[in-house]
Design a protein around this ligand. Sequence first.
Ligand code: PDD
Length: 287
Amino acid sequence: MSRIAYVNGQYVPHSDAAVHVEDRGFQFADGVYEVCEVRNGFIVDLTRHLDRLDRSLRELRMASPMGRAALTFVLREVLRRNRVRNGIFYLQVTRGVARRDHYFPAETTPPTLTITAKSTDPSVAARKYANGIKVITVPENRWDRVDIKTVGLLPNVLAKQQAKDAGAQDAIFIDAAGNVMEGASSNVWIVDADGVLVTRPAEHGILRGITRTTAMDVADKLGLRYVEREFSVEEMMSAREVFFTSATGICVPIIEVDGKPIANGHPGGVSQDIRDAFFEVAEKTAI
Ligand code: PDD
C-alpha cells in the first residue's frame, strides 16, 4: 500500500508530496510542528498536542491553517488513508510561501500545512524498553525559546549524530552550570536517592513535553511522588533511574550516560510502571 501525505488541502502520494522552493519553513525554519503517537487505533493526547500547537503559533504570530475540528478531521483522514494503527503522525505549519525576505510576508499569505503518518513496529519499541539506551551529554547551544516547538532543530540533529558517532543512541543537553536541560527530542527524568521522580521545570529552557505532563498524571494515579526541580549531571549519574519521555518513545530507560552505567546498568522498575499505565491514563481519540 502506498503512503499518502496531506499538503495544503490535498491528499497526495507520499513520493510526490512537496512544498514550494520558497516555503519559509524550507528557507528560514519559520515553522512549527507536532508529533503524536497512535496506539491501537487511537491518537494519544491529541487535545494537549493541539493546544501546544496553538501556543507555538501564537508565540510566533503565525496564522492557524484551519480550525480544530477541521484539523482533527484531516489528521484522522491521513491516519485512515495510511492504515496506521500503531505509529505516529507528523504535522507541520509554516508561515507560507513568499519571495525570500526576512520580514513576515503579507498577512494574506496562507500558512503551509503538511501532515504525514507512518506505522511503527511495536516490537522495536518493546526491545528499546527492555534493553534501555545509551546517551551522551552535550553542552546546551540552542536559543532560549525552545519552549516553542519550531522546526529549527539543527543543534538537536547535530547532538543526535554526535551520539550515534559515539556508539550511543541519544544526547542530553547540559547548561553552563552543569544542570540537565532535556534530551535532543525528549524530556529527562530521574528517580532520585529518596525514590522521588524529578524532572526539570518547564518554565524556561526546555519544551513542555506532552508526554511529560501526562507522565505526571500517571504518577498521581500510581501514587508516585514527583517534583519539578533542576538537577545536575552528578545527581543524574548517581540516580536510581534515568529515563526519557516523548511521544515517540513514551518512557525510555537510559542505562548508560557518557559510557558510565546508571545504577546497575539495567532498565528500572519505575519507568516501566509509568509506561505500563500510560495508555490507560492518556487521552485517546479514535481514528
Ligand atoms: N520531540 N523536548 C524536545 C526537544 C523534543 O523534541 C520533544 C519531542 C520533547 C518531548 O515532547 P512530547 O512529549 O510532547 O513528544 C521534549 C518529538 C517527538 C520529535 O521531534 O520527534
